[in-house]
Design a protein around this ligand. Structure first.
Ligand code: 13P
Ligand code: 13P
Ligand code: MG
Ligand code: MG
Length: 378
């Protein structure tokens, strides 16, 4: 019988700004989910990354199951009441709709789910990132599943060397799911051409071409497409199955040593390097830097093991130092150029009002330049 792994995540309030949820808030969500273990769910784990709460669930009901989604939605709704009672900042921030309509997709929370036949040993990685958006996973997924410079398994394993299929979504298309399937390695340049545009094209899933099995599922939610304005960043979650027919754990983790610049940081409006952090980390410097955590687990008959904290290892201390230096470096140029996101992303913020106000003050200069008004007066 197939197993479904579902992770549903939302920001429903946090202490001290957009830093991290309170213990009472986490407990409130945990209690609501815990009540359904052994009933609707086989197992579950509630965790926080930055100011976001993720509910990881195992069950037999397939992806997009209304009862599973409603359980998560109700847990977040209940948690929001606790956030309000505690006066937490941004209480209910990601719950953008009032009435639940069968699926949390398009309602604010981020979702990543996959259904598969459990292998005898089923190791997988659960990634959660804060102060960034789903495009942050484009580069790590490309490197892990398509680049032999990162993943020697593509050369060394007969299964991996048959390549992987990428399903990529156009997240700028709001009228429905606009997707394309491309095969690595034949379509490598085409995959790269799309994935370089992290605000428009996002990896939704990756599939083994040797077995047809799903390797990865990532969320594709863009909150501003739902809300029509800036309501917080689309802090993404992702599930990646590892080993045997899939890349090894270390091959999937390796790309995070780059500290790639991603959209996120401060008001969702700045490019900042992505810092791999231990589980349950908050954010700090410049409401960031954008962070990513990874819980490595196994699942058997739907039961989850305890998580191994993949980025807590001492190796990542040096990476964190380098990312901190890179963060300070790009912040030195403030709002200028590449430090701030392009206007198309900022259109959802208040800067639009300022530009609209300036619009009538622009003048078309007459052919013969005349002195500015101040110079004439003085
Ligand atoms: P195992 O032989 O334990 O599967 O490990 C191989 C591997 O992938 C290590 O990178
Ligand atoms: P979150 O999306 O994590 O709530 O961050 C909002 C923000 O603007 C921080 O500066
Ligand atoms: Mg927040
Ligand atoms: Mg967040």
């Amino acid at each position: 019988m197939k197993l479904t792994l579902s992770v549903i995540k939302a920001d429903i309030g946090s202490i001290g700004g957009h830093i991290r949820p309170s213990q009472a808030l986490l407990d409130a969500v945990r209690t609501r989910i815990g009540a359904h273990r052994n009933n609707l769910l086989l197992d579950a784990r509630v965790s926080a990354t930055g100011d976001d709460i993720a509910i990881l669930m195992t069950h037999r009901h397939g992806v997009g199951d209304p009862a599973v989604h409603k359980l998560a939605w109700d847990a977040f709704r209940g948690g929001t009441d606790v956030a309000r009672r505690q006066g937490l900042y941004g209480a209910g921030q990601d719950l953008l709709k009032d009435a639940f309509s069968g699926n949390v997709r398009g309602m604010g929370p981020a979702v990543a789910e996959m259904e598969f036949e459990e292998r005898p040993a089923e190791p997988f990685l659960f990634f959660a990132a804060d102060k960034t958006d789903p495009g942050a996973f484009n580069l790590p997924l490309y490197l892990a599943f398509a680049d032999p410079m990162n993943t020697p398994g593509l050369l060394l394993s007969p299964e991996l060397s048959q390549g992987f299929r990428f399903v990529i979504m156009d997240v700028g298309h709001t009228e429905g799911d606009r997707v394309i399937e491309l095969n690595a390695p034949e379509d490598l340049y085409r995959i790269a051409a799309l994935l370089r545009d992290t605000e428009r094209y996002v990896v939704e899933s990756v599939w083994s071409r040797a077995t047809g099995e799903q390797a990865a599922a990532a969320c594709t939610t863009r909150l501003h497409n739902i809300a029509g304005k800036y309501t917080g960043k689309d802090d993404p979650v992702m599930l990646v199955r590892v080993q045997k027919n899939f890349p090894a754990t270390g091959e999937v983790l390796a790309p995070y040593a780059i500290g790639a610049l991603v959209a996120g940081g401060m008001r969702g409006s700045h490019n900042m390097p992505l810092m791999p952090v231990p589980l349950e980390s908050g954010v700090s410097y410049f409401d960031g830097p954008p962070i990513v955590s990874c819980a490595a687990m196994c699942v058997h008959d739907g039961r989850l093991t305890e998580p191994e904290d993949a980025f807590a290892h001492p190796f990542w201390d040096r990476v964190r130092d380098q990312v901190a230096a890179k963060a300070v470096e790009i912040r030195r140029q403030g709002f200028f150029g590449a430090a701030m996101l392009p206007m198309a992303e900022l259109e959802y913020t208040g800067v639009t009002a300022m530009l609209a106000e300036l619009e009538p003050r622009f003048v078309l200069r007459a052919e013969k330049p005349s002195a500015p008004a101040v110079a004439r007066a003085g």
